[in-house]
Design a protein around this ligand. Sequence first.
Ligand SMILES: [Zn+2]
Length: 101
Amino acid sequence: MQNETSSNISRGNDESWPEGVVARYLTAAGATVVLTFDEPTGVIRTTCGGELCHWTGHTDTEGLIEDTSEKAQERFNEWLPIAQRRAQEHAEKCRSLPRPA
Ligand SMILES: [Zn+2]
């Protein structure tokens, strides 16, 4: 048995998330599905970090160019559960391992 280093155990918790990242889901294989909101286009994107997985989700909140930031946020809240479900479903069955950093 080798000793685990503490840096491995705390991974993912204390590192700060990139801007725009709303949520992250741990897949069955230990990769990460990232959920981001692209406000200018009004699209919630979900991307799987599993190597060669290439799965992406695309949830259009049907934003309009004249939307205010509040309106965009409102649409985002409306569509978020759908995007979350897609990310969750993929995370549960994806077996693609993340490439070691
Ligand atoms: Zn995947």
